[in-house]
Design a protein around this ligand. Structure first.
Ligand code: NAP
Length: 385
């Protein structure tokens, strides 16, 4: 691929708390050993962007470059890193299509024309998946793997590695209910599909009624509507009054999701909650109204309201690479393989159009600030090339 590598490139960044995006120039970092320089073609925007921009979660340094999930094209590979464990994306070449979940320093963020990141944050995009579809996948599929293994302790086939198939899973837990509250979210959709693949046959989904048929197609075996005033009673009745052993709160809203779950979880339930927990919703969609508030310490949320014997855990996917196997194999190998085989269906998506990168990015942020996304990932074309 004969691409001239620029010395600087365009990025969108927020200049301060609760502000809108501005366009900035960033230096284009040449890849060090173990890294790749990638042109970002499509990126997703996520609720996490709002948590950081409007809520100050994780103490952002401004100007703050957002974005963790993308599809793009390799421009230049760094030398092999002899210290890194072998993995497939060390063999990528300029011109190869990739997708990735990449976080940390600004060089790695996805809301810019070029990013530079360790190759273990990337996977080769299989030809049956378009770049638009691919941009919906990495962060939330990795979150599903991380949550199911680390926070719920569920074996995915051969131990915690996630390399097996449904037939490998002899675990007796596969018939026990796994409750996905907020299953229409990206996290929920991928969790349902990963569970199905590894042989979990009792997945109870809570989502808007309009998504029930779709979720059934992804592996949900029973669906309930969280807007039904009797939803708690209906879920409890479905479970025969027993406490569900495994629960994922795919949203993490104190009043919207955790409060009803305190009435369903019981002794022996393990509840994995997406952090940060939203303790006060923003009142308006423009980031300028009531300020949203969040809590990162799950032990402080509805403390004393859980039944005795419920284990509540806060999910932090940014730590998934503490699992060395996942670090070197989840994005480079497992994610592309599951996509290539059609085991994982990418999220449906809404493309935010606009004449410039800045307008597309801002349009995506506005949708998320207004909580107007429903069952679809919000994506936009980054590169203007
Ligand atoms: N800590 C971590 O490691 C981690 C990782 C990934 C994501 N997260 C967090 O997890 C949350 C979800 O992320 P995402 O990307 O999956 O979001 P998303 O796809 O944008 O979620 C949108 C969906 O949320 C559902 N929803 C909203 N409020 C709900 C409620 N009260 N009850 C049930 N469903 C509700 C809506 O469902 P309907 O369409 O049915 O109304 C909507 O489809 C975000 O806050 C994100 O920051 C955390």
């Amino acid at each position: 691929m004969a691409t001239t590598i620029p010395t600087t490139h365009k990025a969108v960044a927020v200049p301060g708390l609760r502000q809108n995006y501005t366009l900035i120039d960033r230096p284009t970092k040449r890849p060090a050993p173990g890294e790749a320089l990638v042109r970002v073609d499509w990126a997703a925007s996520s609720p996490a962007d709002v948590h950081v921009i409007d809520g100050g979660v994780a103490d952002p340094q401004f100007p703050f470059v957002t974005g963790t999930c993308f599809a793009g094209t390799v421009v230049q590979m760094g030398a092999r890193d002899p210290a890194a464990a072998p993995h497939r994306t060390q063999d990528l070449r300029a011109g190869d299509p990739v997708l990735g979940f990449t976080f940390g320093p600004p060089d790695r963020k996805t809301h810019q024309a070029y990013l530079t990141t360790p190759t273990y944050n990337l996977g080769r995009r299989p030809p049956n998946v378009s770049p638009e579809q691919a941009s919906t996948v990495p962060a939330n599929l990795v979150t599903a793997f991380h949550t199911l293994t680390r926070d719920l302790g569920l074996p995915l086939a051969d131990g915690q590695t996630g390399t097996g198939t449904a037939t490998d899973n002899k675990d007796k837990d596969k018939d026990k209910p796994v409750l996905l509250w907020g299953a229409a979210s990206g996290v929920g959709q991928y969790a349902a599909q990963v569970l199905r693949h590894y042989g979990y046959a009792n997945v109870v989904a809570v989502a808007s009624a309009r998504h029930h048929a779709y979720l059934a197609g992804l592996g949900a075996t029973a669906c309930f509507d969280y807007r039904d005033p009797d939803v708690v009673e209906r879920v409890r009745a479905h479970l025969g009054g027993a406490a569900p052993p495994y629960v994922i709160d795919c949203i993490g809203s104190r009043e919207g999701t955790l409060r009803p779950l305190t009435k369903i979880a019981g002794a022996g339930s393990r509840v994995a909650v997406m952090l940060p927990v939203i303790t006060r919703e923003a009142a308006t969609g423009d980031g300028g109204g009531e300020v949203p508030e969040y809590e990162m310490d799950i032990g402080k949320v509805l403390a004393g309201e859980w039944a005795e014997g419920v284990e509540v855990r806060g999910v932090r996917t940014y730590f998934y690479q503490e699992n060395e196997f996942f670090k070197y194999h989840l994005m480079p190998e497992i994610v592309p393989d599951l996509l290539a085989k059609g085991v994982i269906q990418p999220n449906r998506y809404k493309v935010v159009e606009g004449p410039t990168m800045l307008e597309r990015a801002q349009g995506a942020l506005d949708i998320l600030r207004g909580k107007a996304q429903s069952g679809e990932k919000i994506i936009w074309r980054v590169s203007d090339e």
